[in-house]
Write a protein that binds this ligand. Structure first.
Ligand SMILES: NC(=O)C1=CN([C@@H]2O[C@H](COP(=O)(O)OP(=O)(O)OC[C@H]3O[C@@H](n4cnc5c(N)ncnc54)[C@H](O)[C@@H]3O)[C@@H](O)[C@H]2O)C=CC1
Ligand SMILES: O=C(O)[C@H]1O[C@H](OP(=O)(O)OP(=O)(O)OC[C@H]2O[C@@H](n3ccc(=O)[nH]c3=O)[C@H](O)[C@@H]2O)[C@H](O)[C@@H](O)[C@@H]1O
Length: 468
């Protein structure tokens, strides 16, 4: 088995940066180089302001950078000097052509593979870190073999999907539930490659938590894990609509079912919808693969998880409009939170985008505040709508004279605000639409707010405004 002392990672994003920083931290004997085609991204990784906000990441990077952790745009050089190459490039949903809107776009992956093939002069272990369609390793192997000028160079391909969640990346990487390594375990070289990677993780992950599987199972497990997680959210969100219609309380329902050890308590928080760069993309990809295998019913099952998520976002918008007497034209609506979850500045597929667009279509003036999302990011996400949006650096300014406040992200600081003071500076009646169920609703009602808490019994005021 090869003893690994040099690793590189192609793709210095949300996954490549933190995962490699953790390997560098836990394996001081390994030189880790993270490379990217984006000069600004690499410059940021080499600066005091890292390109992503992730609690605890700064400390890990600072502890290793310049010692055994390096960030560079020299992709070719890093490939040449590394025994093991992780590929952690983006694999977004295809926007055009065959499978448009569903299939994974493997352009970046293939381009990385071609560079690896062109630069490799000795044997390499290639690790798929990106989330990819099942059987991608097969295609990648062909690209590598056909494009490498030296036929004696051997490429061993592994699938090592990443399960970290943003906002908790460092704790997830420090103590993962499991590490999954897929490889050609049926042959000696494949098994040796799996062992080499397992040995890297064994520097800090207990051996019984390092699971091995065949390549296709590992690739599919990643898509399956995200699909199951998202399905739980859509299931509880479906319940939230029924709770509102019947007077049940979704938090009580979630608690009651979550105490069944077969169901478990995690990932049962009803919300305005799941966001993030992966859940939707990976489910659409999974469903598309099912369609390609003639499994229409299976595909439809998974599409419905995304459908329910879309429904939840539009249901929220409808509730805001109907509760506010069916008109929000020219009303200032404060949006607290824009990131897709707390403790990240990431806005990819955040429900705030769809909800924001829905509210603006009805004429609202949005006042957005998020502690980590910068105005230029919001302008990018809400392109063409900035005439109806003002971004604020403090929540206080966003809330001044607002008719309503919508909670889009569960940032802790929102819970600690003085809501009485906020009530006093808002227009009346003052509405709160809590899309994350983080506020103390009874306290808000005592202050005088009209409260819509997703999945909870509807306030009589709102019922009458809606003509129920
Ligand atoms: N964001 C997340 O929390 C998670 C993401 N994943 C998966 O990991 C993969 C990467 O995701 P992120 O890190 O979020 O993406 P990202 O977009 O933040 O980073 C990808 C990076 O790859 C670079 N890149 C693209 N092509 C390249 C090439 N040929 N050579 C060098 N660099 C290249 C891009 O410039 C970019 O900086 C995706 O497949 C995603 O599905 C998996 C688990 C968690
Ligand atoms: O493949 C990926 O990219 C990653 O996707 C998710 O991680 P992430 O999207 O970063 O964050 P999550 O904590 O899963 O949250 C996703 C979305 O679901 C929402 N959510 C989560 C949990 C819940 O109970 N309810 C709920 O609405 C969050 O607010 C957020 O919008 C998975 O949790 C990771 O295991 C996976 O590696």
């Amino acid at each position: 088995m090869v003893k690994i002392t040099t690793i590189c990672c192609i793709g210095a994003g949300y996954v490549g940066g933190p995962t490699m920083a953790m390997i560098a931290l836990k394996c001081p004997h390994i030189k880790v180089t993270v490379v990217d085609i984006s000069q600004p991204r690499i410059d940021a990784w080499n600066s005091d302001e890292l390109p992503i906000y992730e609690p605890g990441l700064d400390e890990v990077v600072k502890a290793c950078r310049g010692k055994n952790l390096f960030f560079s745009t020299d992709v070719a050089g890093a490939i040449r000097e590394s025994q093991m190459i992780f590929v952690s490039v983006n694999t977004p949903t295809k926007k055009t052509g065959l499978g448009s809107g569903k299939a994974a776009d493997l352009t970046y992956w293939e381009s990385a593979a071609r560079t690896i093939a062109a630069e490799s002069k000795d044997n390499k272990i290639i690790v798929e870190k990106s989330t990819v369609p099942v059987r991608t390793a097969e295609a990648i192997e062909k690209v590598l073999k056909r494009n490498c000028s030296d036929a004696s160079v051997q490429f061993d391909i592994l699938s090592n999907p990443e399960f970290l969640a943003e906002g908790t990346a460092i704790s997830d990487l420090t103590a993962p539930d499991r590490v999954l390594i897929g490889g050609k375990i049926e042959n000696e070289a494949g098994q040796a490659a799996v062992d080499a990677l397992a040995e890297v993780y064994a520097n800090w992950v207990p051996k019984n938590q390092i699971i091995t599987a065949n390549l296709w199972s590992a690739e599919l497990s990643k898509l399956a894990a995200n699909a199951f997680l998202a399905q739980r959210i859509s299931s509880i969100n479906a319940m939230s609509a029924l709770c509102e219609a019947t007077g049940a309380d979704v938090a009580q329902v979630a608690h009651s079912i979550g105490t069944d050890s077969r169901i478990g308590p995690k990932f049962l928080n009803a919300s305005v919808g799941f966001g993030g760069s992966c859940f939707q993309k990976d489910i659409l990809n999974l469903a598309y693969i099912c369609e390609c295998h003639g499994l229409k019913e299976v595909a439809d099952y998974w599409y419905s998880v995304v459908g329910m998520n879309d429904y939840q976002k539009s249901r929220f918008v409808r509730r805001v409009v109907s509760a506010m007497f069916n008109t929000i034209r020219n009303k200032k609506i404060a949006m607290l939170g824009f990131a897709f979850k707390k403790d990240t500045g990431d806005t990819r597929e955040t429900p705030a985008i769809d909800v924001g667009k829905g509210l603006i279509e009805d004429g609202a003036q949005l006042a957005i505040y998020d502690p980590q999302v910068k105005e230029d990011q919001i302008a990018y996400d809400m392109e063409g709508m900035m005439g109806n949006i003002t971004c604020y650096k403090t929540a206080k300014e966003a809330l001044q004279d607002a008719h309503a406040v919508t909670i889009m992200t569960e940032w802790d600081e929102f819970k600690s605000y003085d809501w009485k003071e906020i009530y006093d500076v808002m227009q009346k009646p003052a509405f709160v639409f809590d899309g994350r169920l983080i506020l103390d609703h009874d306290h808000l009602r005592e202050i005088g707010f009209i409260v819509y808490a997703l999945g909870k019994p509807i306030d009589p005021f709102i019922k009458s405004a809606e003509g129920a």
